[in-house]
Design a binder for this molecule. Structure first.
Ligand code: SAM
Ligand code: FES
Length: 344
């Protein structure tokens, strides 16, 4: 199996059957080789730099009903909030002082966040902090909405495709949502000039290795600048409450494989990875990841952005999250970059 890791390192691709064998192997020698190759590959492009993204969770209202998600509209127990313009600006001010040069506004699909509102917030951030990138992660919107927000100054958009197989997508989402529309949004975002992020959960209910291979092939077609993957973690108030979550070993293997298939991509060590293992994010960084996303949301709302159970970083102030992640990055042998961190 080590020869497959070597082939992927040398050529950047494998056949479906080879990928299947590499994704499924539990051979520790192969896992270590994959990790080492992934680390070498990221260091060739990005050295030891890790980019920070200040994550502002703007709303826990959502019109969607994704079966895995703790803030889905059917979860009547969810404690809903949305941040005001002043609160968002105050997160940015705080974050800028802490050295963040990217602000990510993420939230459920909340109709309160109209195009006019978003455009004026984006323009204000770009006016006050012209050296910062603005990333949006607000789900599926119209082409016109994406266009207006791009013109207002947004630089990047994160929209995980979630599952590139129709069959799996339909098991994870209600009938009114479609993979075709999700993909259409991603191609529109790319056409509009956003730096685009796609991705999927690892170990989602019903997910097989063939589904994961379909995800990798879709990513090859889209060629996104960012790829977000993290383990599925069950939430107690969803239809998937009793399902098992994604594993650390499989998530790390996939991070390594992604780094070798996409040598220059921006690859975050996610909060979900840190949730399933205390050193999950450090292991991610050692397996090709080069981005972390400390939480900048006001502490009073953090527990309400409750996507899955036991989510970490919900009690700390932004400065504590920043400090904690800096220590983790340095302990793993990497360094925090002060740059905006665009894809090279
Ligand atoms: N509404 C936006 C969207 O649809 O892209 C952004 C917010 S959504 C909560 C962000 C991501 O959280 C989703 O793309 C999904 O992959 C992830 N997520 C949701 N529930 C999760 C769970 N139970 N475990 C792990 N990740 C989850
Ligand atoms: Fe909308 Fe999760 S269902 S953010």
């Amino acid at each position: 199996m080590t020869e497959l890791a070597e082939k992927l390192y040398n050529t950047g691709d494998l056949s479906d059957s080879e990928l299947k064998a590499l994704i499924e192997t539990d051979n520790s020698e192969t896992a270590e080789l994959l990790r080492r190759y992934a680390d070498e590959t990221r260091q060739k492009s990005y050295g030891k730099k890790v980019f920070l993204r200040g994550l502002i969770e703007v709303s826990s209202y959502c019109r969607n009903d994704c079966l895995y998600c703790g803030i889905r509209r059917s979860n009547k127990e969810a404690d809903r909030y949305r941040l005001s313009r002043e609160e968002i600006m105050s997160c940015c001010e705080n974050g800028y002082g802490l050295g963040f040069r990217t602000f990510v506004m993420q939230g459920g699909e909340d109709s309160f966040f109209t195009d006019d509102f978003m455009c004026s917030v984006i323009s204000e951030i770009k006016e006050k902090y012209p050296d910062c990138a603005v990333t949006l992660s607000l789900g599926e919107r119209s082409y016109d909405s994406y266009k207006r927000m791009k013109e207002a100054g947004a630089d990047r958009y994160l929209l995980r495709h979630e599952a590139a197989s129709e069959e799996l997508y339909s098991k994870l989402h209600p009938a009114e949502m479609s993979l075709a529309h999700r993909k259409e949004c991603l191609f529109q975002l790319r056409e509009l000039g956003y730096q685009v992020g796609a991705g999927f959960m690892v170990g989602a209910p019903y997910q097989t290795t063939d589904h994961i291979i379909a995800d990798l092939r879709f990513l090859q077609e889209l060629r996104p600048q960012m790829i977000g993957i993290g383990p599925f973690v069950p939430h107690h108030n969803t239809p998937f409450a009793e399902e098992s979550g994604g594993t650390l070993a499989l998530t790390l293997r996939l991070l390594g494989i992604l780094r070798l298939m996409f040598p220059k991509v921006l690859l975050p060590a996610t909060t979900a990875l840190g949730t399933i293992a205390p050193n999950g994010r450090e292991l991610g960084l050692k397996t090709g990841c080069n981005v972390v996303m400390p939480n900048l949301s006001p502490v009073k709302v953090r527990k309400k952005y409750d996507l899955y159970d036991n989510k970490i970083c919900t009690g700390e102030e932004a400065a504590e999250c920043r400090g904690c992640l800096q220590r983790r990055i340095e302990s793993a042998g990497y360094e925090v970059s002060a740059e905006r961190g665009d894809c090279i």
